[in-house]
Design a protein around this ligand. Structure first.
Ligand SMILES: O=c1ccn([C@@H]2O[C@H](COP(=O)(O)OP(=O)(O)O[C@H]3O[C@H](CO)[C@@H](O)[C@H](O)[C@H]3O)[C@@H](O)[C@H]2O)c(=O)[nH]1
Length: 138
């Protein structure tokens, strides 16, 4: 996401897409992207859980949905109204093809689930990027 923004702002000339031959629907890596507001509300839900349970627990905070690099690029292009130039590169060593969260435990035990989708993440990221750039210039 930060790299997409940097390309849109002219800080990088292109987005390097690491791997286009993964066993995923479009060949690019799939990840579970989460809106920062959802990440925050997930942590608040975890703190509230301490009111009834004081042991240790591990919870995945994600949407439970995988998004490919190309899907994220398209969503950011729609949000910004700008095209993102791409260059395809080899896979990065150690990267996996696809990873997304199992969110059932957080849904059930924290009574939490992510509210925002990738379209909303891109809209808010793009708005924030423009605002922060303006602040830098002022
Ligand atoms: O310039 C870029 C940057 C990323 N990607 C792709 O975008 C996806 C997300 O990449 P990244 O943001 O680097 O996240 P991960 O690959 O999920 O790796 C992060 O999450 C891992 C597990 O927590 C950590 O081990 C890593 O250090 C951390 O970078 C992957 O498919 C990458 O191949 C690109 O195509 N171009």
């Amino acid at each position: 996401m930060p790299y997409l923004t940097q390309v849109l702002q002219g800080k990088r000339s292109v987005l390097k897409v690491f791997g286009s031959d993964y066993p995923t629907p479009d060949g690019t890596g799939v990840r579970d992207y989460i809106h920062v507001m959802d990440l925050g509300s997930g942590h608040i839900s975890a703190v509230r859980k301490l009111e009834e349970y004081t042991g240790c627990g591990a919870y995945n905070l994600g949407t439970g949905k995988g998004t490919s690099v190309l899907e994220l690029v398209k969503a950011m292009e729609r949000a910004s109204g700008k095209r993102i130039p791409l260059v395809y590169k080899d896979r990065r060593p150690g990267d996996c093809a696809s990873i997304y969260a199992s969110t059932e435990k957080a849904n059930m035990e924290l009574r939490w689930r992510a509210q925002f989708d990738v379209a909303k993440m891109c809209e808010d990221q793009w708005r924030w990027a423009q605002y922060s750039k303006q602040l830098e210039e002022d």
